[in-house]
Design a protein around this ligand. Structure first.
Ligand code: SF4
Length: 279
């Protein structure tokens, strides 16, 4: 497939990344633990929100051993406000395995750690261990779809991402593609005039295939306000407990019970009679 795909000027994209990249704290390290913490925090959360949490978290838990031995309640207290609190417990479970067994050195091994999917495993393998693997997130999928202006199945897109890797510079290339998607080739209005991808087939044309998904597999979604979601109630409960307060009132009893039951099931709270606390 790659032989028939359009040429991409890797050197120009890498040079642009070298000049324009944002100075993010996780780009200054090759420590797998620090990279994993950043990647887990960045799942579902914007960069600007993650930076202060990342720094506070690492000040308290500087390595996998510190995180592994901490009470889960302390971990959740530091995570509270970042959202998707289950990520914190999965990260701690991964830290416990790594503290005991050492770091897996390949993507397959990394994927066995709790909370680590294909993208996160590839990111850690590439950024920490220098493996020549493509880390394909939403941004990268969108950029590749536009560069080639071609519909692909997810498997074909993974193949194309692997074929595009800059030999010997996989980590920089992965970062460059993500940076391009995050800062220039955004979902709605790509800034083609500021883009180094001179050979892009979508340059100055309406964007296509933003998700990189195959035709016909998209889903119809119904938006509900965040304040009306169970996730909102769950977040409020964990934030209150993390601050040493009681479970907040003001929610419908059925909704509150549903949220508490879900939190208990996920190991995020412990209920003893009428009392509720962090684990
Ligand atoms: S030229 Fe435009 S569409 Fe193509 S990668 Fe750059 S920003 Fe995206």
């Amino acid at each position: 497939m790659s032989a028939a795909s359009p040429a991409v000027d890797r050197e120009a994209i890498l040079a642009w990344y070298g000049e324009r990249r944002r100075d993010l704290p996780w780009r200054r390290t090759r420590d797998p633990y620090r990279i994993l913490v950043s990647e887990v925090m960045l799942q579902q959360t914007q960069v600007a929100r993650v930076v202060p949490y990342y720094e506070t978290f690492l000040a308290r838990f500087p390595d996998e051993a510190a995180l592994a031995s901490a009470p889960a309640a302390d971990v959740l207290r530091l995570w509270s406000g970042l959202g998707y609190n289950r990520r914190a417990l999965a990260l701690q479970a991964a830290a416990r395995i790594v503290a005991r067994d050492g770091w897996p050195r390949d993507v397959a091994g990394l994927r066995l750690l709790p909370g680590i999917g294909p993208y996160t495993a590839a990111a850690v393998a590439s950024f920490a261990f220098g493996l020549e693997v493509a880390a394909v997130d939403t941004n990268v999928r969108r950029v590749i779809a536009r560069l080639d202006r071609r519909e692909r199945t997810p498997a074909q897109l993974e193949q194309r991402a692997a074929a595009l890797l800059a030999p010997g510079r996989a980590a920089d290339w992965n970062q460059a593609m993500m940076e391009l998607g995050a800062t220039v080739c955004g979902p709605r209005a790509p800034l083609c005039d500021a883009c180094p991808a001179a050979t892009c087939r979508s340059r100055g044309r309406p964007a296509v295939a933003a998700s990189g998904r195959a035709r016909g597999v998209g889903r119809t979604s119904v938006r509900i306000r965040f304040e009306d979601s169970d996730r909102f109630v769950r977040g409020r409960i964990v934030a209150a407990l993390a601050a040493g307060e009681a479970v907040p009132d003001g929610f419908e009893p059925v909704r509150l019970e549903r949220a508490l039951a879900g939190l208990e099931r996920d190991g995020l709270v412990v209920r003893e009679g009428a009392s509720v606390r962090l684990p």
